[in-house]
Design a binder for this molecule. Structure first.
Ligand SMILES: [Mn+2]
Length: 429
């Protein structure tokens, strides 16, 4: 399934009159406010969000899974699906792989396929949260933290193997998320578990090429329900600091206890040049993995405000391209491709609105402790309808004016079901 430039062009033609009207109005409002529209569009064009290979099929919960039909059956088809997304929005030009689910049989052919679709390989992810068939030692009681050195070594070797696959494809980072922890008080010695984890990470870190990053993800609970070895950003930051400059913290929006001030975490990590990557999703209660921006879009905007602030004002060098932007979500009831289009749109919306904040005025209000004015300035940006700007960026980059509209007009899911079958299952969560 491939979307042709002609299909995009004829779709865009249908939207051109209305779009021109809306975009012209927005541009004139922006110029009155002294907003540089071209600067924002250029940021948007550069901003690419990686799609996770494991989110292209239907996700499940521990209670069940409902098939969506036409799910990608192999890595080739996963890349094709990302190609569909990228053709529609030109903001999804990267894929994040999961090993062993996505071991490439023929790395050269896979790399070529991705290049044809203008897709690069973002961070590769290791998996020591489940046992694989034929695996010698079990991760039931942990992996990099395990009491038994043989289990730790197996997990270390797996991570090194993941780096090797990533190198074959042109990735520049490995993301490590550990399910390691304990279910009951007394089960695990907290300090020893963390020390063993650090020792294991050091051995993996030693194998990184100089242009690679190690992204250390944290999560407060689940699958373990009493303790997690890397429960929070502080522990991740501690490990990353001890490991070295190439190790950074990865913030997954769903990996916080309710009401955590994630934007403040982002600000502190950026101050230390330790924010390495992002996993976007949204949640109402815990690690719900819902569509980004579907529950707390204002929080997403506030996070982007800190990202913009950190990039412009950080003492150390930060840039949008030095952070790995990825979605990490699960789709239980929606078509995964539609869900991913919605997530990318929400991310770009929050990003664009954060660029509209009058930071000079905000800085002044803060210095003068003008609390009400500070809120007014944020609201002014937040309440602006930026959809015409996002559409303009897509049209200029030969993507669809309305991605989901075109996806539905072209009956993409129906065609994928015809091509691949109604009961295919993609590897994933
Ligand atoms: Mn994640």
């Amino acid at each position: 399934m491939k979307i042709s430039p002609d299909q995009i062009a004829s779709h865009n033609q249908k939207h051109s009159v209305r779009h021109e009207k809306e975009f012209t109005l927005l541009t004139s409002l922006f110029s009155e406010r002294g907003v540089d529209t071209e600067r924002i569009i250029s940021h948007l064009t550069d901003f690419q969000v990686a799609v996770p290979s494991w989110a292209l099929g239907a996700g499940g919960t521990r209670f069940g899974r409902f098939s969506i039909g036409g799910e990608p059956r192999n890595l080739q088809e996963k890349i094709e699906d990302v190609g569909v997304l990228h053709a529609l929005n030109r903001s999804s030009g990267a894929i994040s792989l999961h090993i062993p689910w996505d071991i490439p049989d023929d790395p050269k052919a896979i790399k070529q396929k991705a290049e044809e679709l203008d897709i690069r390989f973002d961070a590769v992810n290791s998996n020591t949260f489940q046992d694989q068939p034929g695996q010698k030692h079990s991760y039931k009681y942990g992996s990099l933290c395990h009491t038994d050195e043989a289990v730790r070594n197996q997990a270390i070797e797996h991570n090194i193997e993941v780096i090797k696959y990533g190198e074959m494809l042109g990735s520049k980072a490995i993301t490590i998320w550990l399910a390691d922890g304990s279910n009951f008080p007394g089960q695990q010695n907290f300090r020893k578990a963390l020390e063993r984890t650090l020792g294991s990470l050091e051995k993996i870190y030693d194998k990184l090429s100089s242009d690679w990053k190690m992204l250390i993800e944290y999560k407060p609970f689940e699958p373990n329900f009493y303790s997690t070895v890397i429960p929070d950003w502080g522990t991740s930051h501690l490990l990353a600091s001890k490991l070295g400059d190439q190790a950074k913290t990865l913030v997954d929006l769903g990996h916080h206890l309710p009401n955590t001030n994630i934007e403040q975490i982002v600000a502190v990590l950026m101050m230390e040049n330790k924010l390495g990557g992002f996993h976007f999703n949204d949640s109402k209660y815990a690690d719900d993995d819902l569509t980004t921006g579907s529950i707390k879009p204002y929080q997403l905007f506030l996070i982007f405000c800190e990202l913009v602030e950190g990039i412009d004002n950080g003492k150390k060098k930060n840039s949008f391209s030095s952070i790995d932007w990825m979605i990490d979500a699960s789709h239980n009831v929606k078509d995964p491709l539609e869900d991913l289009l919605q997530s990318v749109e929400a991310i770009n919306t929050a990003f664009t609105k954060s660029l509209l904040v009058d930071r000079k005025k905000l800085g002044q209000a803060r210095e003068e402790n003008d609390v009400a004015m500070a809120q007014e300035i944020l609201q002014d940006a937040w309440q602006t309808d930026v959809r015409p700007l996002l559409r303009e960026n897509r049209i200029r980059n030969r993507a669809a004016a309305e991605p989901i509209g075109l996806y539905r007009t072209l009956n993409v899911r129906k065609k994928l079901i015809e091509e691949r079958g109604a009961d295919t299952t993609a590897t994933g969560l």
